[in-house]
Design a protein around this ligand. Structure first.
Ligand code: B12
Length: 147
């Protein structure tokens, strides 16, 4: 598939979080699964995610949080997307989203209430996540919506 026809996603680790290994794996897997990946790396602010999504006309932002401050760092991203005119963008979040071993269902509920479309555990299957993303993009933006 020509690069300009691919679905575009913005990827990064939010806040002051410097955990870099998972981010590289996500970049590799989503690239192999046919996405154009714009990887912002670690320590990314909410506005940096949104700037990149606007510049690249991305269909989704994939946020990682590993160090336990996920609730604080992720809160408000959907509202900020709405303010900046990308209210429809798909938001995925994953990693060690809260401190310690919290009940996953409760964590998922919290992050969905913040406006994230899907919430992933650290041991999630990344191929399944990529398949869900292809499907979510088709459902939200229509067939052949890759820019
Ligand atoms: C290596 C490491 C570090 C290194 C990081 C080096 C680097 N630059 O990468 C150093 C030593 C710097 C570090 C520091 C800290 N760390 Co640390 N670190 C780890 C460790 C041992 C491994 C992380 C790793 O590389 N995992 C391997 C990758 C492949 O897995 P991953 O990161 O989870 O990513 C995968 C999944 O989460 C998932 N995923 C992630 N994001 C997303 C997003 C989407 C959309 C999807 C679908 C999937 C997905 O897919 C990824 C790929 O498979 C973990 C423990 C662990 N076993 O995970 C602790 C851990 C993450 N660290 C922890 C902590 C607390 C810290 C510090 C706060 C410690 C401190 N007090 O200073 C600091 C934070 C520094 C900072 N500002 O970020 C805690 C977090 C606790 C929590 N969330 O409740 C952990 C879990 C250790 C623990 N058990 O307590 N750390």
């Amino acid at each position: 598939m020509a690069d300009e026809k691919k679905e575009t996603i913005v990827l990064g680790v939010v806040g002051a979080d410097c955990h870099a290994v998972g981010n590289k794996i996500l970049e590799r897997v989503f690239d192999e699964q046919g996405f154009k990946v714009v990887n912002l790396g670690v320590m990314v602010s909410q506005d940096e995610f949104i700037d990149a999504a606007i510049e690249t006309n991305a269909q989704a932002i994939l946020v990682s949080s590993l160090y336990g401050q996920g609730e604080l760092d992720c809160e408000g991203l959907r509202e900020r997307c709405i303010e900046r005119g990308i209210e429809d963008i798909i938001l995925y979040v994953g990693g060690n989203l809260v401190i310690g071993k919290a009940d996953y269902d409760e964590t998922e509920r919290k992050f969905k209430a913040m406006g994230y479309d899907r919430v992933f555990r650290p041991d999630c299957d990344l191929i399944e996540a990529a398949n869900s993303l292809h499907q979510d993009i088709r459902e939200r933006f229509g067939e052949g919506s890759g820019k």
